[in-house]
Design a protein around this ligand. Structure first.
Ligand code: ADP
Ligand code: MG
Length: 519
């Protein structure tokens, strides 16, 4: 400070008071963080009793994340200063303190020697902001819980109603298939709902494989044509040489479905829904998005001739639970799923919309880009003929266990069943030569699925296992695969899916890799 001209022409004393009384923390520090001098506000911000105490401290010791210090120094070295940078720091007693800071470098012969640091205590505002975010989350959860409870109750009512019907002594066998179909559809609806929620929370594992977007769009169009009002006409503009992309097919399907449903809702009086694919060079996108890394992007445009959006609505659409629709019509999750999925694929979403002039959503997905380790996909090897056809099924839910046993038996497998990890390990150890495959739930009483598997592996390193779970975080999945589990399956699974996995590991029949949409 001393080496600057006194801008106001004040006396030294007035200038000194100016600095002492200011509530902005001001300090001079060396590049190792040692504080050389500071004003009382600094002591206040970090909870010291006196300026002297504060002056014996190291600035970097207050940083919540030491890496921040290294980066700040580097920026000052390169650019001379850092302006309005938000930092999370800690007070002497460990309490968090949020500051907005400005750092200015002092250089001697091109070497950074000292830094002038200005600190504005922003903790109060930050706390309010955090509370607001929390409050909004809770509000959103409330809305969401209401919506889900409603949907699930309907689903359960359908299932209950039809099982009652099947149970009743008046039911006729020729009505069974119809009732079973309805029950199955209701279950699929429930599972799809859970899936939407998990996808929006980005907790589902993505299964990456090569995807032909044009084929996906055609498939979707024929499905929608059958279900959307006839007042909506479809128009396809598909680029002929669209390359395959690496993506999770069912997630991209979900993205397009959500966009098309929104387009339908935006055209209550009918209109045209256009689905177009094309290819865009990466460099063309750098102005619009940051983080463009691929050479080219496959792009899908979903355009409607509907009501469009105001600028105000447009600024909120990707927020979870934001909806302008009636409660029963919208959850406000559709576009947050779109955003989450596209982001997960390292792609981008663009929106063009004007009130009354329709809306276009444009999705950009990188062509050939994702690293090999993300291509988890199907790790199952060629089917083996010589593996014992006995399956150890470990499931704590009694009904599911019984159902699994009878289904597997009807497919010709011999089945041993266990209801928890301890029982599973005991059964495995006494029958390890007969058991060709273990199908094991992850969350089990007494001994968890993971631990049970590790024990089995200890007693027989070649044990083959599929792990099932309703909540399989990618990290846990990859850890399980690393530990030697052959495959995982997300619950609730379609039994045919499980069967396909089982057959691909131990069964004689080869399998196709066609997964049903929702599981
Ligand atoms: P929801 O459809 O359940 O309301 P979304 O996240 O899918 O939730 O969409 C959020 C909001 O974005 C919608 O309520 C609507 O206001 C707006 N919106 C989305 N797509 C369109 C569209 N194609 N035309 C006009 N408005 C749209
Ligand atoms: Mg929607």
């Amino acid at each position: 400070m001393e080496d600057r001209p006194n801008p106001l022409g004040e006396t030294d004393e007035r200038y000194r008071r100016f600095v002492t009384e200011d509530f902005t923390g001001m300090l001079v520090m060396r590049t190792d963080g040692q504080i050389v001098t500071c004003n009382p506000a600094v002591a206040g911000i970090f909870g010291f009793d006196s300026v002297e105490e504060a002056m014996s401290a190291n600035f970097f010791a207050f940083l919540r994340n030491r890496q921040d210090g290294i980066e700040l120094l580097e920026t000052v070295r390169q650019h001379g200063m850092v302006d309005r940078h938000e930092l999370e720091m800690t007070q002497r007693n460990g309490d968090p303190v949020y500051v907005v800071t400005r750092l200015i470098g002092n250089f001697a012969n091109g070497e950074l020697t000292e830094l002038h640091v200005y600190l504005f205590n922003d903790t109060k505002r930050k706390r309010l902001e955090q509370q607001l975010v929390q409050a909004q989350k809770m509000e959103g959860l409330g809305t969401l819980a209401g919506g889900i409870a409603h949907d699930f109750n309907n689903i359960l009512a359908i299932i209950l109603g039809y099982t009652n019907k099947l149970e009743s002594s008046h039911s006729k066998p020729n009505e069974f298939p119809g009732a079973i179909k309805v029950i199955k559809e209701a279950v699929e609806r429930g599972a799809a709902l859970v899936q939407q929620l998990l996808t929006s929370a980005r907790q589902t594992e993505a299964r990456f494989s090569s995807v032909d977007l044009n084929a996906l769009v055609r498939e979707l169009e024929s499905m929608l044509q059958a279900t959307f009002p006839k007042t909506i006409s479809f128009h396809l503009e598909l680029a002929p040489d669209l390359p395959l992309i690496t993506a999770d097919k069912s997630q991209i399907h979900q993205v397009l479905l959500n966009l098309c449903v929104n387009a339908r809702d935006a055209m209550p009086a009918g209109g045209t829904l256009t689905l177009a694919t094309s290819i865009t060079p990466g460099p063309d996108l750098t102005e619009m998005f940051s983080g463009v890394t691929a050479d080219s992007y496959a792009c899908i445009r979903v355009r409607d001739t509907g009501i469009g959006m105001t600028r105000q609505v447009k600024s909120h659409i990707f927020e979870p639970f934001f909806t302008t629709k009636e409660r029963s019509k919208g959850t406000g999750l559709g576009l947050s799923v779109v955003y989450g999925v596209v982001n997960n694929h390292r792609g981008f979403v663009q929106v063009e919309s004007e009130p009354g002039a329709g809306t276009s959503f444009i999705i950009y997905l990188p062509v050939k880009h994702l690293a090999a380790e993300q291509l988890g996909g199907d790790r199952t090897g060629a089917p083996r003929q010589d593996i014992p056809q006995t399956i150890l099924l470990v499931e704590d839910e009694e009904m599911l266990r019984e159902l699994g046993v009878s289904m597997l038996q009807s497919e010709g497998f011999r089945v041993l069943a266990a209801k928890d990890g301890v029982e599973a390990v005991a059964l495995f150890e006494s029958h390890s030569d007969e058991i060709g495959l273990v199908v094991c739930d992850l969350g089990l009483p007494r001994l968890g699925g993971r631990e049970a598997f590790l024990k089995m592996k200890e007693s027989k390193p070649g044990v083959r296992a599929i792990v099932a779970s309703g909540y399989l975080e990618p990290a846990i999945r990859s850890e399980m695969l690393k530990a030697g589990v052959i495959d995982t399956i997300q619950k609730p699974y379609d039994f045919n899916d499980l069967l396909a996995k089982i057959r691909s590991i131990i069964g004689p029949q080869p399998v196709t890799d066609d997964h049903p949409e929702l599981f």
